[in-house]
Design a binder for this molecule. Structure first.
Ligand code: ATP
Ligand code: MG
Length: 278
């Protein structure tokens, strides 16, 4: 692509949001709300540019055909996974981007190991898969609610790292986003689902029981992020309370991830100037 398209006025320092591999995570060290000096108009204008770039990179990913991208989205309830998917991934070509939501496992899914349904939804070469929730639920909700014993969920961090290593070794770039919000912000967002009649359907009384275990969930997230952020499958902690910044940061990481893959258009096995179309 033309080099001038690489010039970004002030590139977002995406590394500031990346969890350092091997480092323990304290979520209190990570902002839930962007407080830098960029304003919304500027962020939205830059976001538009990144989306266009992402669209072209997606086509290149398909043309190249040797690599794939897996995007994992995790958040507390009302953390903004749905709107992230709509805003950041909505503009992509649906032929090469598949979103899979992972809900409570079905009887069939429960009769297999917990990565079975996950692996089946991994992206094929040339495409992008977005996971709305993921295998991380098996060390989050499953741990907090005690659905399996501690000795069972404890060994899953190693399984997960090995699984993501397998995907990476076989050509899939894995990138993971935790949409970080405060407990107060979650309250506002849940209240909104009560106040706006068209949003009532999104409110689940059961979410309040999860909210009551906020601290347990934060601890479970800290372990998942700290133990499973690797060079080949990094976690990003996204300040998610200003959605325009959230979108900009995720789009920036996506562009960088795709640009790092060394994608190439396949060389034609003919000389185009030899061919005449009558
Ligand atoms: P929204 O935020 O819009 O409500 P959602 O992602 O919460 O969307 P729901 O259908 O409300 O979608 O919730 C899916 C539920 O499935 C969550 O409560 C999640 O914790 C649960 N879940 C996902 N994976 C597992 C798993 N492996 N074991 C147990 N529960 C799981
Ligand atoms: Mg829900």
């Amino acid at each position: 692509m033309p080099p001038e398209e690489h010039t970004e006025a002030k590139p977002i320092k995406t590394d500031d949001y990346r969890v350092t591999p091997g480092k323990a995570v304290d979520l209190k060290d990570f902002a839930t709300r962007y407080e830098g000096d960029m304003d919304r108009d500027e962020a939205e204008a830059r976001f538009e540019g990144l989306v266009r770039r992402l669209q072209r990179l997606q086509e290149l990913l398909y043309a190249d055909g040797s690599r794939a991208v897996l995007v994992v989205l995790q958040a507390m309830d009302a953390g903004g996974k749905d709107s992230t998917i709509r805003k950041v991934f909505g503009p992509l070509n649906p032929q090469g981007c598949r979103v899979t939501g992972f809900k409570r496992p079905s009887t069939l899914e429960l009769s297999h190991d917990y990565l079975w349904r996950i692996h089946a939804a991994a992206p094929r070469k040339g495409s992008i898969a977005v996971f709305n929730r993921s295998h991380y639920e098996d060390v989050l909700v499953v741990r907090v609610k005690g659905i399996v014993e501690k000795d069972v969920w404890k060994r899953r961090y190693d399984h997960i790292n090995d699984f993501e290593r397998l995907l990476a070794d076989e050509g899939t770039a894995v990138v993971k986003f935790f949409l970080h919000i405060s407990k107060d912000y979650q309250k506002q967002r849940l209240q909104r689902r009560l106040d706006i009649p068209e949003k009532n359907w999104k409110f689940e009384v059961g979410d309040l029981a999860e909210r009551a275990r906020w601290a347990d969930y934060q601890r479970a997230f800290e372990d998942a992020l700290g133990r499973c952020s690797t060079d080949h499958a990094p976690w990003y902690v996204v300040p998610a309370e200003r959605r325009w910044f959230r979108n900009l940061l995720i789009a920036s990481v996506m562009v960088r991830t795709l640009e790092s893959l060394g994608l190439r258009y396949p060389r034609a096995d003919f000389d185009p100037s030899d061919i005449r179309i009558d």
